[in-house]
Design a binder for this molecule. Structure first.
Ligand SMILES: Cc1cc2nc3c(=O)[nH]c(=O)nc-3n(C[C@H](O)[C@H](O)[C@H](O)COP(=O)(O)OP(=O)(O)OC[C@H]3O[C@@H](n4cnc5c(N)ncnc54)[C@H](O)[C@@H]3O)c2cc1C
Length: 380
């Protein structure tokens, strides 16, 4: 996006890519259909030490701008969950669109080209690469984060930032499944594959969507979203009956099925196997198995309280191997929010995921990549 924007403005642009092709993450994104933007993308959907930093770029290149580009290239798309736009056919079309725009703008792209050294002097930046040395008055670092090393991710962008005196905020995996250990894992491991809607809450953030139990822990969109707000030791709570009045549901079931056991009636509100496990492992000590008619209102209130605020004790995350994004990164304090240019090295820019701006799940991260790339491309 940055290269094509600068190219369209008449700049001579070279993209140096160490992988054998560009846009690998676009290709694998959205299950191969690239969730390329989110209609509701707004600063509140991003995590950053400075929540104001992303505002300018997002306002100047909006989801509408990217949709206009997608439509101009005749790429069919649809809205999956509210606001989330996906290609109908393949994410390959997004990469082709960007490459076509680059070609029209005269952008040169070198793939399988590793960078050995970056120097900086009066004449600008000097890149020593496997294909020779290149010099330019400006250098845009768009190396992405650490997620999915097998797709070309490297810590190179952070190393460059540090080389040029920029602070890099601690990085960690985001939008990532959480792992459980010990009794927490043992209690749920054999339910791998069970999924149901929850509201996941952590550190003031909350997300309502599906949770998926895995044999190592928990995943699914609600968990991926909340994982970006969670760190080991943090309190993580799940409402297992989102949007429902749990007490009213239990009272209704007590009236309808007085002879049934709690775990049987809970099986009507939750996946049956999970309901059973919940009763055995979490509720049994408090309320040994007995018919519903033997539960009084205060006891049902206790059960409802657990259903609405179930503590999930995660031990860690699946890490960069499966994370969709990297939290943290190049400190925005050292960058101009309108151009992405370094505040102390003229001509040096950082865009996309390498910067300490991380979006929610749902097309927000690409929108940041497009918007920050566009901001730099307009300033070069
Ligand atoms: C599985 C998966 C699915 C995703 N799905 C979505 C989605 O549907 N919607 C969404 O909004 N976001 C999604 N994301 C997140 C999104 O892909 C990233 O946030 C986005 O690609 C970041 O763009 P970027 O240009 O900053 O970095 P990247 O897309 O990571 O690009 C960085 C490029 O720099 C290259 N590079 C790295 N190191 C070097 C080096 N030393 N020398 C030369 N080149 C180098 C890499 O090979 C890569 O091509 C997904 C991520 C993953 C992992």
């Amino acid at each position: 996006m940055c290269a094509l924007t600068a190219g369209q403005r008449g700049k001579r642009v070279l993209v140096v890519e160490h992988a054998n092709r560009v846009g690998k993450k676009i290709l694998m994104s959205g299950g191969g259909r690239c969730n390329f933007t989110n209609l509701g993308a707004a600063p509140a959907n991003y995590l950053s030490a400075n929540p104001h930093f992303c505002k300018s770029a997002l306002a100047r290149y909006t989801p509408r701008d990217f949709i206009e580009l997608v439509e101009r290239h005749g790429i069919a798309y649809h809205e999956k969950e509210p606001g989330q736009l996906f290609c109908d056919v393949s994410s390959k079309l997004i990469v082709k669109m960007l490459l076509d725009e680059c070609a029209t703008a005269g952008v040169r792209i070198e793939t399988s080209c590793s960078i050995e050294r970056v120097g900086h002097g009066d004449a600008g930046f000097h890149l020593r690469t496997a294909r020779g040395t290149y010099s330019a008055p400006a250098l845009v670092v768009a190396c992405g984060g650490l997620s999915i090393p097998s797709m070309g991710a490297s810590g190179f962008g952070y190393a460059l930032a540090q080389q040029f005196g920029h602070a890099v905020l601690p990085t960690r995996a985001g939008l990532v499944p959480l792992t459980l250990t010990g009794k927490h894992q043992e209690r749920l491991a054999d339910l791998s594959g069970v999924a149901f809607p929850v509201t996941a809450r952590c550190n003031g953030a909350q997300f309502s969507n599906f949770m998926l139990l895995t044999h190592r822990g928990v995943s699914g969109p609600a968990i991926l979203q909340v994982s970006s707000y969670w760190q080991p030791g943090d309190d993580l709570r799940l409402d297992l009956l989102p949007g429902q009045d749990a007490l009213a549901s239990l009272q209704r079931l007590r009236a309808a099925r007085p002879a049934a056991e709690l775990r049987t009636v809970l099986g009507e509100l939750l996946p049956r196997r999970f309901a059973q496990r919940l009763c055995e492992a979490w509720l049994h000590a408090l309320h040994p198995a007995r018919p519903m008619r033997q539960f009084n209102d205060p006891q049902l209130r206790e059960v409802a309280a657990l259903l609405g605020d179930w503590p999930l004790v995660a031990s860690g995350t699946e890490g960069y191997r499966t994370a969709e994004v990297t939290l943290g990164g190049v400190d925005t304090d050292g960058l101009s929010s309108s151009t992405m240019q370094s505040r102390h090295i003229p001509g040096l820019y950082f865009i996309g995921e390498v910067v300490d701006v991380t979006g929610w799940l749902g097309g927000y991260n690409f929108q940041w990549a497009w918007a920050s790339g566009h901001a730099a491309g307009m300033a070069l």
